[in-house]
Ligand binder design. Sequence first.
Ligand code: GCB
Length: 594
Amino acid sequence: MFFLVICLSISYTQAQEIFISNTSNRTCTSLNGKWQYVVDAYETGGMGGMPIFKNYEPKEKSDRVEYGFTSGRTLWVPGSWNIQKPELSYFEGSIWYRKTFNKENIAKDKRYFIYVGAANYKTTVSFNGKILGEHEGGFTPFSYEVTNLLQAKDNYVIIGVNNSREADYIPSKVTDWFNHGGITRDVKLIEVSKTFINNYFIALDKSTLHLKTKQIKGKIQLTGSELPEKVNVIIPELNINKEVTVNKDGDTEFKLDVKKLELWSPENPKLYDITLTAGDDKISDEIGFRTIETKGKQILLNGKPVFLKGICLHDENPLRKDRANNMEDAKLVLSWAQELGCNFLRLAHYPHQEKIVRLADKMGILLWEELPLYWGIQWGNPEVLKKAKAQYAEMINRDYNRASSIIWSVANETAPTEDRTKFLSELADYIRSIDDTRLISAACKKDQEADGHPDSVYTYNDPLMKKLDIISFNEYLGWYGGFPEECRNKSFKAGLEKPIIVTEFGGGALQGFHGDSLTRWSEEFQEYLYKESIAMFDKIDGLAGMTPWILVDFQSPLRQLPEIQDGWNRKGLISEKGYKKKAFFILKKYYETK
Ligand code: GCB
């Protein structure tokens, strides 16, 4: 039976067909809330000829069914399953979720989609007993159409989520963060017109930055069988209401002349209301316009040098111990970052919730975004490269229109083997081919030979760096090897005429634990390490920014020192309870001088 069920799901497997962006501004019914669930620890998908997605229930007293959804056993969506039930705290495997609902007033001239903001890691979506598809990747959104399956009464969505760690996944088997399983972001039923604008890409054309009349460039994608001839692009504040022609594939490209455009920046995070209409479809957004480029060793925002005062962040609300999944979670961490004096955040190590990117647009915080191309990836496996491209495309589709997002990173701390450099170079080319409005980087490492020489210069000759716009590296001198005062003897040589961002440094401290500056885990050790590290990095020729590791303590099963770590990586400048450690104020003071 096991094989039958698996084959069944594989034969129906398909990636999402249509990417639907900007779901927060579409007509939706939220499917968040309590979902019933069945644990499928042996990952059979259902025993005895009864796949779970078929929703079998005994009708006669003699009927045999060996699973069941019950209202007495529920998980909250969105949310990590691990934090909701003690018996699931370290669970890795499959859980099937079910939600039933009625849908009055189904409109004949509309289409309906089930949208999942993110589910970690592999997800099988079924609706009223039919498998719609399988999605891989724990942090990006996807949708499946249900127009022909939707009923007025007793609909059931059954979603199977599997968070096993496998060698050919992204990330691979070991990560320094918690493997939160489940449906971790919003689920919605989206209602759209028969033919609708599923996505669009609107940005300032960087070649017109210095002209008096600048140009906004755009692409709009329509989906449906009755394509209208025209789409209207409306930006009231710029007096724009322009009709653009749709080609036979439902795409359209346009350029709009604009005078007196206020550019988006951290100091002035100006967003324009934009509406697109096509036939009876209409979608609105708020979009900022900026350019980001490099010139020699500088990063230029709107043509002017910018120093990126940053910090790294995981997508977790430490107070709730859950994956971040709402605006309050986003506000909490962004307000801490602002208090620290940041204008930049590295969203490590995977796509964070869309709401934080939207809030960063409003608050004027620049972002670095990345995929979990992290330790142990199978670089030589072409299937893994395909997955990386698919997940990158989903992230770009989701965030292209966000001015705050300025850097795509292709990897974190990866050894420069031939396979890895080939893989990441191809990925960088792919990203450039779909998005020329951002810079590309990767958090790299120093040359191996440079390690272990107390007075040496750290050198950087990773061949991938040639492909990147910005050289970035992680460096833990004083924590993983050496003492903080060794920072005084170090210098850095990257050799390329490119800007440099130090993407990680730091060390652990238990908030409230005190000692002298040599006492590991004390706030004083971390404070001293920050002082020495900042002084060292500040001398780098071409330093264009830094993102120390990390804003807040985060959960990681790798960190098991009793009474100090207890499952938390303690390199945060803020504890999991929200209290600031001494090093917070060292970095804040430094950023005040920049
Ligand atoms: C790193 C990794 C990061 C870890 C961090 C640490 O280099 O990029 O994911 O959490 O070090 O705390 O060791």
